[in-house]
Ligand binder design. Structure first.
Ligand code: GBH
Length: 491
């Protein structure tokens, strides 16, 4: 870390602009990015180009970056409680301060600007807005998001707000058992109504819930995320139903309370099913698998029914009205894309597919769960568009952690992250060039942050954060992303 010490916070801007760290030759200082981006029609003839107007952004979430957990009336969330419970977080850390984005958001917006991003996906902390989860609102909580949104817009960056990225008010966990009760689904809708009523004059895109799948399984089945429960299979399915219901009720509340033209959808980490070999039979099998393995999330949201196979075991309790609410029309699907969950081979069995087991030799990135499979970025949006006739898709997250060691000259040459991003973006370009309707891409993450049960041990940022000083420093991948955005093509 030593070499970073010579940069003071005042020098942020210069560092962000790559006038330091010797990065100028790699980005805007040299001719290539600017001449490509600034003169004439962009990349029409370039095979690696993205559609005109493709929206480039970065993503974060409240508990992972904000800190300031006790400020201006914020109530505790299940993540405060969980992270402060011994034995839950690998490095015994928590999000009390995190990156201190709550105070440094203006500087962070300058980082976004220097990348050339035109959109930012952040999440709103429910316990800032309703410290008790429901009842009386805390206006100071929402004021932070008013300031953030105004500053984003003043810098030409479109705000995309996620309403729930796992930080449930602890009061709702205590009172109703959190997502084990549909009272929480209803409280979520009330909160969504409140927020959209106040932000939708400026925020035009809202995501309901980030990754139902992870909050259900990690939070309620494996006990690895807040609230740390290990429920029975049928209770887990009930939680999943309540979460889906919360999504649907929130869609309705957002429409009822937001300004005209507001757009809403989920941000889901779909179970990704990749044809092991791209034959018509395997592609069909991967589509069937996608529909089955996402039965409790995207399938029910987009079809208004559970599949037969899903209901055959441990079925949740629900009404026909629930299904109608869950499948309330949405404007887009947000997809968090990280890795292949399954390689699929067509099979002459009841399901019509076999999920290939992963060989021990399959590679992984720094996080052992993160298997690189760039074609995931092609197949997931393609399956979603085809299966459910979805016309608008955003990639709401994609990225990787890296060991991120500074070299002798002080630069973090995170070429593994660049390798990962280049390959995934190449597959995204394959999708858009074939007409898969992906409108934008949010890279996870703008900066290193609190990586849930991995604490600060997994760094996903384009900007390195020194968690002692909160200083942000661009990694080489930041220059890669900036170059890609400037060209509107994979750099
Ligand atoms: C996203 O989830 C989250 O939305 C985001 O908050 C997070 O920071 C980011 O990814 C990076 O992780 O059971 O230990 O083998 C990504 C999808 C799916 C990744 C579940 C971790 C299991 C890890 N996640 N997966 S483990």
């Amino acid at each position: 870390m030593m070499p970073f010490k010579r940069f003071s916070r005042r020098q942020f801007g210069r560092i962000a602009g790559w006038s330091a760290l010797g990065m100028s030759a790699l980005s805007s200082g040299s001719g290539l990015a600017q001449s490509d981006a600034d003169s004439g029609p962009r990349n029409r003839a370039t095979p690696s180009g993205f559609p005109d107007g493709f929206l480039w952004g970065t993503a974060t979430s409240a508990y992972q970056v904000e800190g300031a957990v006790n400020e201006e009336g914020r109530g505790p969330s299940i993540w405060d409680r969980f992270a402060h419970t011994p034995g839950t977080i690998s490095d015994h850390s928590n999000g009390d301060i995190a990156t201190d984005h709550y105070h440094l958001y203006k500087e962070d917006i300058q980082l976004m600007k220097s990348l050339g991003t035109k959109a930012y996906r952040f999440s709103i902390a429910w316990p800032r807005v309703f410290p008790e989860g429901a009842g009386s609102a805390n206006p100071k909580g929402l004021d932070f998001y008013n300031r953030l949104v105004d500053e984003l817009l003043a810098n030409g960056i479109q705000p995309f707000a996620t309403l729930y990225h796992w930080d449930l008010p602890q009061a709702l966990q205590d009172r109703f058992g959190g997502w084990t009760s549909r009272d929480t689904s209803k409280a979520f809708a009330d909160y969504a109504a409140h927020v959209t009523g106040r932000l939708s004059d400026r925020v035009k895109h809202f995501f309901t819930i980030n990754e139902c799948s992870r909050l259900v399984h990690h939070g309620h089945e494996f006990g690895a995320d807040a609230p740390g429960l290990k429920l029975s299979p049928s209770d887990v399915k009930q939680v999943r139903h309540n979460v889906a219901l919360g999504h649907g009720l929130a869609v309705q509340a957002i429409r009822a309370n937001g300004r005209a033209g507001i757009r809403v959808g989920p941000a889901e980490n779909a179970v990704s099913c990749i044809p092991a070999i791209e034959t018509p039979a395997n592609i069909r099998a991967a589509e069937i698998a996608t529909r089955e393995l996402n039965a409790g999330y995207l399938t029910v949201m987009l079809e208004g029914k559970y599949t037969e196979a899903y209901l055959a075991q441990d079925a949740p309790k629900f009404t026909a009205e629930d299904l109608r609410i869950i499948s309330s029309p949405i404007d887009f699907v947000g997809l968090n894309v990280y890795m292949p969950d399954h390689y699929v081979v067509a099979a002459d069995n009841e399901r019509g597919f076999t999920l290939a087991p992963f060989p021990k030799s399959f590679p992984h990135m720094k996080a052992t769960w993160l298997r690189p499979g760039p074609e995931t970025m092609y197949w997931v949006p393609r399956h979603v568009a085809k299966l459910w006739n979805v016309k608008s898709i955003y990639i709401t997250e994609n990225g990787t952690s890296s060991s991120d060691q500074p070299a002798a000259d002080g630069t973090i040459y995170d070429v593994d992250r660049i390798m990962y991003l280049r390959n995934y973006l190449t597959q995204l370009q394959r999708a858009t060039s074939e007409g898969v309707p992906v409108l934008g891409y949010f890279l996870w993450s703008l900066m290193d942050n609190f990586e849930w049960s991995d604490g600060y041990e997994q760094r996903f940022g384009l900007y390195h954060v020194d968690f002692e000083t909160r200083r942000r420093t661009p990694k080489l991948s930041a220059a890669f992303y900036r170059e890609t955005i400037a060209r509107n093509a994979v750099a």
